[in-house]
Design a protein around this ligand. Sequence first.
Ligand code: C5P
Length: 285
Amino acid sequence: MDRMVLRSPAKLNLFLQVVNRRPDGYHNLRTLFERIDLWDELAFRPNRSGRIRISCDHPQVPVGPKNLAYRAAKRLQDYYQIPHGVDIRIVKRIPVAAGLGGGSSNGATALLGLNRMWQLGLDRKALMAHGRALGSDVPFFLRDCSWAMGTDRGDRIRELTLPGPLWHVLVCPRLKMYSREVFTRLNLQLTKPGDNVNILIRSLKNRDICKAGQWLSNDLESSILQIRPQLFRVIERFRSLGLKGVAFSGSGPSVFGLCRSRQEAEQKKVILSKHYNQVFAVRTL
Ligand code: C5P
């Protein structure tokens, strides 16, 4: 195989409940993932040097061992003793460290791409095991589904079928957030117990967008706002637009609103673009 180009999409967390802290330092989660039509592109080209070389058009993306596509390639190369190298060129469109899973998605896409390019014949179970070792959000991106529930670290995936697509308006403030810091600040006493994700899923199944909007939720919100209080303003601005549901995705800082239609998402995008740079109208992929 000479050259291969794959899309690497972003996700939103429509719901994120932190259940408890685990002995290994991670947290058990219940989260509802949605794949959205905002994606990076990864172009793979084999090389004979045996080296893994990453390049990216975005200056903030690391191209060495901190890059999850690099780590995925290195892991497969070492594990299966592959003598070949690979050049991976990343065209970055997903905002970096924004709560949209861009790095994790690139890691998953590298696993899928190299499984093909190096003809490893890995089945889903093997890919999921490598994905889990790379990061909590990677397994979701290995699945070919629009929605899924994630439990344990968010890495145990149960696919969901819902009527789609959903439309959202999304703002990605130019502030970097690091998941580790957000989780460290979390006050578990303040997180709400409950089974609200089932109400949300039922509302989405019934296409009751107004009701679904009321049940979007993210337990990391207070921790994100403690670290970046200026994000209150973004949330307030979303609320003032009459959006039914507003939430952070992942560990932030991206904020999204649930819309009733493409038209509504595009309209709100125009208004929000007067105040922010990175504004998108996105739909379920
Ligand atoms: O798994 P990943 O490398 O994406 O996680 C980044 C950081 O986020 C972890 O080091 C941990 O501090 C925090 N985290 C957590 N519980 C999870 C997922 C992430 O505490 N379920």
